[in-house]
Design a protein around this ligand. Structure first.
Ligand code: MTE
Ligand code: MO
Length: 504
């Protein structure tokens, strides 16, 4: 197990220098993600939330360690057998690496490092664990008699070797991570000012209503959803965005060329199709970017396309209905988020942000290509997995405070939260229902525009006992959030959030 740990850590270091996603455990983990059936993936997201990835990586690691223990036992009989099993494990990781959408031969270096490092460490441990060698005559004369000192000496040897390997593994693994992070130089990026800025965002309700989501989500708190287990390494000097397919002229932009285009600033709420009623996968930010229309107009969209098929730097694909992306809404190629370059987690150096559509059909991070094509011709990652291709964000509302299943003090308090209804006139009204009574109109927070969420609150005199609280929103077109429950798959959850709190 130690030998494996060492091999994996050495590989992680090498991956930090080549491509972090080619680190063996992560390559296998990504393969597992891609092979997991959608219902099971949704189940994992519901169960583990944002812990889904650490749990996945932990499980792959645990499996590898169990097999490594078997390799260790085999080594007791014959070194070659244990080493063979380790190499087979590395072979699996290499296969997963080759199977990635973007594969280059250098991506096999981490696996090679894992094999060499793992087997060398195993050999070393194996030797350390062997009884001290006897003089040839002794060994021949009394093979069954092992001197007392020998096992003790070897135990000490194993402990020392184990300690050295564990320490080396920690240093190598940590170094790999650090190197990978250093290679993307986000701080070197200077964002231009917006030619078309957004008005100042009014102060939110967070001062008044403790526990409510802040009107603007800080970048560090913004939810993250993607299929990646590692963040890509991006060199902005090498990064380009290509627009191709059914266009009059195929175009490729450098990051510098993108930054030189006129920028707009927009306040837009982003949410995930996997967000369950009352869930955390929603955030609101001020985005700086180039209108998607400007880029498409330059390339000249052909007559046949009905799909924007975008590809990220790793080959991940996302499809967007062309008619919706170009119907006049503020679809952006964003480079800035809340006054900073996009954080690496959120798509540095550029991503799409399209109001009114769930992120899985609109918000391609680390984007590198936009292909104008048709749904008949090309299926994106989630289309292949039978998720909807046309998925407008449903009218939604969430209770932030009080928290479900908590106990609060009796007396004057607030029920509060956020609601969103993009591309449908925004949130016109929010209503709260206490203990199944009548729907009562809540007070709305400041207006951040129709594509932005709205904070809301209702003063509440909490009396001792158990209470159920429900919320629903009504959009600018007068449409009320449906009470009909739907699961996130295949086109987003629906239903009214109802929570229970105890007042004592
Ligand atoms: N390259 C890439 N972009 C992606 C994804 C992904 O897996 N890969 N996930 C999408 C999904 S499902 C959502 S909800 C949003 C989330 O964006 P965020 O992580 O910045 O909140 O990104 C979208 N863009
Ligand atoms: Mo999503």
């Amino acid at each position: 197990m130690l030998a494996t740990l060492f091999g994996v850590a050495l590989a992680h270091l090498v991956a930090g220098l080549t491509d972090p996603a080619a680190s063996p455990v992560l390559a296998v983990g990504s393969q597992v993600i891609d092979l997991t059936p959608t219902p099971m993936k949704e189940w994992a997201i519901q169960q583990f939330g944002t812990w889904d990835k650490p749990i996945l990586i932990g499980s792959v690691f645990a499996g590898v360690l169990v097999l490594s223990a078997v390799a260790g036992l085999l080594t007791l009989r014959r070194f070659e057998h244990g080493a063979g099993l380790l190499i087979a494990l590395v072979g699996l990781a290499a296969a997963a690496t080759i199977n990635r959408p973007v594969f280059e031969p250098v991506d096999l270096l981490p696996a090679l490092a894992a094999a060499v490092g793992g087997v060398a460490a195993l050999f070393w441990l194996h030797r350390a664990a062997r009884p001290a060698p006897q003089a040839p005559e002794d060994a021949a004369a009394a093979p069954q008699h092992v001197p007392d000192e020998a096992p003790r000496a070897s135990r000490r040897g194993v402990l020392v070797a184990a300690g050295v390997l564990a320490a080396a593994a920690a240093v190598l693994g940590g170094a790999g991570r650090w190197i990978a992070q250093q290679r993307t130089r986000i701080s070197d990026v200077d964002l231009p000012a917006a030619a078309n800025p957004a008005p100042p965002l009014p102060a939110g309700l967070e001062e008044k209503v403790p526990g409510i989501s802040p009107f603007r989500t800080p970048n560090g708190d913004f939810y993250r959803v993607d299929t990646r287990l590692t963040l890509p390494v991006i060199d902005v000097d090498d990064w380009t965005l290509t627009i191709d397919g059914d266009v009059e002229e195929e175009l490729t932009f450098t990051f510098e060329e993108i930054l030189a285009m006129p920028m707009v600033e927009r306040d837009i709420t982003l949410t995930c199709v996997s967000n369950d009623v009352g869930g955390e996968y929603v955030g609101a930010a001020r985005w700086l970017g180039v209108p998607l229309k400007d880029l498409l107009d330059r390339a000249g969209v052909g007559a046949d396309a009905d799909q924007l098929f975008s590809t990220d730097v790793e080959g991940m694909t996302i499809s967007t209905p062309l008619d919706l992306a170009t119907d006049g809404r503020d679809a952006l190629l964003a480079v800035g988020m809340n006054g900073e370059p996009l954080p690496l987690e959120h798509g540095f150096p550029a991503r799409l942000v399209i109001p009114g559509l769930y992120g899985f059909i609109s918000a391609t991070k680390w984007i590198s290509r936009i292909t104008l094509t048709t749904y008949a011709e090309q299926d994106s990652y989630w289309t292949k997995k039978k998720w909807a291709t046309d998925a407008p964000i449903k009218i939604s509302s969430r209770i932030d405070t009080p928290k479900s299943l908590t106990t609060i003090d009796p007396g004057d308090t607030f029920i509060g939260g956020v609601a969103w209804a993009q591309q449908t006139g925004g949130v016109a009204r929010v209503e709260v229902r206490v203990d199944g009574g009548p729907w009562t109109e809540a007070k709305l927070g400041p207006d951040g525009g129709n594509d932005y969420w709205r904070q809301w609150y209702l003063p509440w005199q909490a009396e001792s006992g158990q209470h159920s609280l429900a919320v629903r929103a009504i959009n600018g077109d007068g449409e009320t959030q449906t009470p009909v429950r739907m699961t996130p798959f295949p086109e987003g959850s629906s239903g009214v959030q109802e929570i229970v709190v105890t007042v004592a």
